[in-house]
Write a protein that binds this ligand. Structure first.
Ligand code: MTE
Ligand code: MO
Length: 349
């Protein structure tokens, strides 16, 4: 059997999509995990790796990898989805990586809760956010300055027991391209929050406004102005049809339609399908228990088609917070958070 491979969007920095239509189920093998980088890969020596935790703490610390591995760990199944996933389908089009449907993957991340590390350092009263810096850096096109990839979390999210300083993916040390040796994992948020190659963690007393959260990863809903901007955080409820393929030609008879659904809030409660341009909707079968960690939900639908013709297959998921997928994507300047009803076209002959 020929094997699927990553789809290249850009070589340097390396940006590649998961061939999501050809994934049987999670967890995703690291070779097929999408890659999203703002800069070239950093060079860091594993021999001398230490994790500094400083800022507004009572006892600034330097952790060795050994010390981190000895602390009580947690393992969580998490969907990492790039905020730009599905950007390609936005109308009018926007600039940026033209991700189709594969800037998403899921798997098991093991690590130490960030809050345990922060507690060992002792957070001061004046703390407001936790800043996590990556080892990679470079020029941004909008300035002539060098930045590292750095982002902060509000204290509440930083202290959530499932926000991890991860060191394993699917039972193996995290592959270098995905953040070895240590990477932040922030379940339910779009994946820009999950900073790779952690260089330093600092507790800070004010809002961080580095460009990866004050310029990028901000929703700008207006075309002409930057008014009404707000930060990109939790994943929208979403679904993707994996099978059949878009524009596939099928024969009459039985076809298994399958796909995935996920959300950054609560759990998936329902996935519906329409085969008549959205006039009628029926519920599809949801695979595993819907509340399985922060993973996606696989679903299937058996389609018996006797009439030849052209069909539109549409899916929409709903979550336990009554969020559902809109008919049209929410347009914003940078094309984040696309979660319109998923749609493909097939011909039956
Ligand atoms: N240090 C660092 N962390 C990073 C990034 C980066 O460029 N540098 N990209 C972020 C974005 S936008 C995404 S979508 C995910 C991608 O993770 P992956 O390459 O492991 O799939 O990492 C996030 N963490
Ligand atoms: Mo991303």
């Amino acid at each position: 059997m020929p094997k699927p491979s990553l789809i290249v969007r850009k070589l340097d920095p390396e940006n590649k999509e998961t061939p999501i239509q050809f994934i049987e189920s999670g967890p995703i093998d690291n070779k097929l995990f999408f890659r999203r980088n703002h800069f070239s890969y950093p060079s860091l020596s594993q021999v001398s790796y230490w994790l500094p935790v400083n800022g507004l703490v009572n006892h600034p610390k330097l952790f060795s990898l050994e010390e981190i591995r000895m602390l009580p760990s947690r393992t969580v199944k998490v969907v990492l989805e790039c905020a730009g996933n599905k950007r390609h389908f936005l109308e009018p089009k926007v600039y940026g990586e033209q991700w189709e449907k594969g800037a998403i993957s899921e798997g098991y991340w093991k690590g130490v809760p960030l809050r345990d590390i922060l507690k060992l350092a002792g957070i001061k009263q004046s703390a407001r956010e936790v800043l996590v810096e990556g080892y990679d850096s470079g020029l941004r096109t909008d300035t002539d300055k060098i930045f590292t990839f750095s982002r902060s979390l509000p204290l509440e999210k930083a202290m959530h027991p499932d926000t991890l300083i991860a060191y394993e993916y699917n039972g193996q040390p995290i592959p270098f391209k995905h953040g070895y040796p240590l990477r932040l994992i922030v379940p339910q948020w779009y994946a820009m929050a999950s900073v790779k190659w952690i260089r330093q963690i600092s507790v800070i007393g004010s809002g961080f406004n580095g460009p990866f959260q004050s310029v990028d990863y901000v929703y700008y809903p207006n075309k002409e102005t930057d008014a009404d901007a707000y930060p990109v955080t939790i994943q929208n409820v979403n679904s993707t049809i994996q099978k059949p393929l878009n524009m596939e030609i099928l024969n009459t008879g039985k076809h298994l339609i399958k796909g995935i659904a996920w959300t950054g809030k609560g759990v998936i409660t329902k996935v519906e399908i329409s085969l008549d341009h959205g006039k009628n909707w029926s519920s599809v079968e949801i695979g595993e228990p819907a509340n399985h960690g922060y993973g996606w939900t696989s679903w299937t639908y058996e389609w018996s088609v006797t009439k030849k013709g052209e069909y539109t297959i549409m899916t929409r998921a709903a979550d336990s917070h009554n969020r559902t997928q809109p008919e049209n994507p929410f347009w914003n300047q940078k094309g984040y958070g696309h979660n319109a009803i998923d749609k493909i076209w097939v011909k039956v002959e």
